[in-house]
Design a protein around this ligand. Sequence first.
Ligand code: AMP
Ligand code: MG
Length: 347
Amino acid sequence: MQTKLLRPTEDATALDYAGALLRDGEVVGIPTETVYGLAANALDPEAVARIFAAKGRPQDNPLIVHIAAIEDVNGIASEFPAEAQALAEAFWPGPLTIILPKQDRIPMVTSGGLNTVGIRFPSHPMAQAIIRAAGVPLAAPSANTSGRPSTTTAQHVMEDLDGKIAAVVDGGPCTVGVESTVVSLCGARPRLLRPGGISLEQLQSVLGTVEIDRALKEKIDDTETVSAPGMKYRHYAPKAPVTVVFGSPKESADYIYAQLGENSGVLCFDECAKRFSDRAIVETFGPSDDEAEQAREIFDALRRFDETTCTEIFAQCPPSSGIGLAVSNRIKKAAGFHVIDLTEGQA
Ligand code: AMP
Ligand code: MG
């Protein structure tokens, strides 16, 4: 299959064309504010099966359903409780996915066999225009080969999926850079399943107490049943194994410097790069005091290691406040939760 690269900034028909492909059951890479999505008609099991095939995604990993208006929830979820409405009012359109009980018209293949469904109203104008042009809700996981870092440019999507999908819509680099926050409202209390573009503190400001899923803190075995199936798989990982070194920028840089071997790679804050530049393959992901910039750069930096010859990677990591929680979660997942915590035992 020839994958078309569609450029709405140069071609006024591109978004309608993407919508028509999606209505016809094709799979299209689309820009969103978080990361690129791999979209298909969420109501059509055959179209959705093509997403799983293109990504090589495990069947039990559910897809998020994307809508272009808050009231569209009523055609997807079987309940739209007050807490969900409050979240939608506060953070939609935006990088928040809300898990609710699903209606029967959402096929089981879309929800990964669950009776619940993740719903998101993205803020990217092109994503909204494509959903409206398609005229159906769009199931869209991140547009990467399963296990690789998510994609934040149309070029990344082409790297992973050229020849496997009908088209990619180029909307430029993503402004958030990490995926949506996933919160479940299907249990006794709201539960954070994945940190993302909306911070835990923002969720708490609307919901009060929010439980934190265990999968955020530790590695979950592939055979275990978890609330967010996607969280148990090896994810975001470059080919070389990653070790996270957590501590202040100076402490972690000192520690990493002492570990460097022949073919080491270092994923570090901008200001630490020159320390390593003649001893290691260095990729930076933003200044240590700018977590929003780190979020925009992290996946691109992780991807760049795969074009190098390094055989091990040491990574610095921000603290877990604000969007730093999402950045540190992606880095720890890339490392399979192999973390050296230099702050342990410190008061
Ligand atoms: P991706 O779009 O590739 O970032 O993956 C979407 C992620 O959202 C999945 O891997 C799950 O962790 C989560 N998710 C989507 N739908 C549900 C659901 N119904 N229940 C729990 N988690 C979900
Ligand atoms: Mg993904």
